[in-house]
Design a protein around this ligand. Structure first.
Ligand SMILES: [Zn+2]
Length: 238
């Protein structure tokens, strides 16, 4: 995984999307002095069966901010797309290009945009839509003749995205090896999604989070000499 960069922007559909795997890499990056910001396309308001969307949006936004803070991410922004029915297309690409121009990242991180998680485990429409739009927007952000109105908002083109790294891809190409401290922070980061985890599991959130995070990191270990790692599919640009 490339190391010669300073700023990353992680763009995903829902609160918790980064915590189910990528957060250990984020912990590693921020502890080595890199800046990482999060952009959530929705507030995950349709994600808790037993909670009305307006309340879930409020709870999940707070959980996401707490979760980001645990891995050293202070900048967490939310767009106002609707959870479960995110529309792909020009409007979404414009929102993402605007965010990329504002943050000027060298690395953009997103979640699996493929149809499945591997095999026949079907991915969700929001993940597929957002992941593909992120890959598109990395280019849109650098073209002055696309979304020309953004320049009027002070958002100059940014053609500096050098890689888009897709977490959770069934076709990983790279990995970030993580240490014990990174793993602990990633576990704590997922456990901050307390209301969400409590609604979907009978287990105590910290125990649930530990199993999920360590299970994911161990899955990459055969490719890294047995060391825990976060795997990504890397799309270099330029
Ligand atoms: Zn999600």
């Amino acid at each position: 995984m490339p190391e010669d960069w300073q700023r990353a922007l992680a763009i995903v559909a829902h609160p918790d999307d980064l915590e189910y795997g990528a957060a250990a890499a984020v912990a590693r990056w921020t502890s080595s002095g890199r800046e990482v910001s999060y952009l959530l396309v929705t507030r995950g308001e349709a994600g808790i069966d037993t909670m009305e969307p307006a309340e879930a949006a409020r709870v999940r936004e707070a959980e996401q901010r707490a979760s980001a803070a645990v891995v050293g991410v202070g900048s967490v922004e939310f767009l106002d797309h609707r959870d479960g029915v995110i529309e792909g297309g020009v409007a979404l690409r414009r929102d993402l290009a605007a965010a990329i121009r504002r943050h000027r990242p060298e690395l953009v991180v997103t979640l699996n945009h493929h149809d499945t998680w591997g095999g026949t485990a079907w991915n969700t429409p929001d993940h597929r839509t957002v992941g593909r739009a992120v890959l598109d927007a990395a280019g849109d952000a650098g073209n002055r003749w696309i979304f020309t109105d953004l320049a009027g908002e002070g958002l100059r083109p940014w053609d500096g995205v050098r890689w888009v790294a897709v977490a959770g891809s069934p076709q990983p190409t790279h990995a970030v090896e993580v240490g014990e401290e990174d793993v602990e922070r990633a576990v704590a980061s997922l456990a901050e999604h307390r209301a969400y985890i409590t609604a979907l599991s009978d287990r105590e959130p910290a125990a649930y989070a530990r199993d999920v995070v360590t299970g994911g990191l161990d899955a990459a270990a055969p490719h890294t000499g047995g060391r825990p790692a976060v795997a990504f599919q890397l799309y270099p640009r330029g």
